[in-house]
Design a binder for this molecule. Structure first.
Ligand code: AMP
Ligand code: ZN
Ligand code: FE
Ligand code: FE
Length: 280
């Protein structure tokens, strides 16, 4: 069983449509793929419709934007009830705040580079959650930058003058909200320090106390040392271990199945989740 529980579609900042993601998962030899777009479940229906034809089971999820004292935290929510009003409202708020923030970043960038909000909209699927990758795509389309990676390393960096933060819920509160919605919360890439500051172990402990189920340990943004430390932390806090590709289509080098999750962990997630895994 090959299980890759964290991937993005063009409903957020991946480049494959949800159906294309399911086909890519089949081509990569996966048995189960998790669709976890940023702050939205809008891709679920299209991915579900592709389960039978592709033979790949679908783990329905979302990657929630959160923060702990201003440090960005990504929380994966699996198999929650999409009709839960509190969680749906929180995701809607994050999307709105991301939109305001992206426009502000483009405004700042526009002072120094030939880029407009319309050019970013051209890179964005209808109703998709906007993020810095779309601004990167607009910069690439305009010939300002060679690719997404270079854009992130330069003008889109958290440490640069064009970066604008956005409003997102506290990570511990988000864990509680996911559980209240029948979802299974898993902390995404807890030590991805290449992206910016990461939270202290004490914050992870508070999240565990609030109902966190697992840590995403096996991830390309973690060094071997970080993975070893996280394995120790997960053991101390009684948390399970997941691994994933965090695939974004052509938008990042991440390859489907490059890291995977053990079958008993998927079983645990399904046992605790409100929704089932959609199987062929
Ligand atoms: P945002 O959520 O708008 O702050 O943008 C962060 C998103 O950009 C995350 O989903 C990352 O997967 C993606 N990202 C971060 N660094 C890079 C990079 N170097 N190249 C492409 N995508 C990236
Ligand atoms: Zn992303
Ligand atoms: Fe993430
Ligand atoms: Fe992700």
């Amino acid at each position: 069983m090959r299980i890759d529980p964290h991937a993005h579609s063009a409903v957020s900042d991946g480049t494959d449509s949800p159906a294309d993601l399911m086909r890519a998962a089949a081509a990569a030899g996966l048995d189960v793929v998790g669709l976890t777009d940023h702050d939205t479940v809008r891709g679920w229906a299209e991915a579900e419709a592709a389960v039978a034809a592709t033979g790949v089971a679908l783990l329905r999820g979302a990657e929630l934007s959160c923060q702990a004292r201003g440090i960005t935290v990504h929380l994966l929510s699996y198999l929650h009830d999409p009709a839960d009003a509190d969680l749906a409202r929180e995701m809607e708020r994050a999307r709105t705040s991301r939109d305001v923030r992206a426009r502000e970043m483009v405004e700042r960038l526009g002072a120094d580079y030939p880029i407009t909000w319309e050019m970013v909209e051209d890179q964005l699927a209808e109703g998709a959650t906007v993020g810095r990758p779309h601004i990167a795509d607009a910069l690439v389309a305009a010939g300002v930058m060679p690719d997404r990676g270079t854009s992130f390393d330069t003008v889109l960096s958290v440490r640069g003058p064009y970066y604008v933060p956005y409003r997102s819920p506290d990570a511990v509160v988000a864990v509680e909200m996911v559980r209240a919605a029948g979802g299974v919360p898993v902390m995404a890439h807890p030590r991805a320090s290449v992206r910016g500051r990461v939270v202290a172990d004490a914050v992870v402990a508070q999240m565990a106390e609030a109902g966190l189920a697992a840590l995403e340990i096996d991830h390309r943004d973690h060094t071997d040392g970080a993975m070893r430390e996280l394995a120790g932390l997960a053991a101390r806090l009684g948390l399970a271990r997941t691994g994933s590709s965090d695939y974004h289509g052509d938008g990042k080098p991440n390859v489907l199945g490059e890291h995977t999750t053990a079958p008993p962990v998927l079983e645990m997630i399904e046992d605790q989740g409100f929704l089932p895994v959609v199987r062929p």
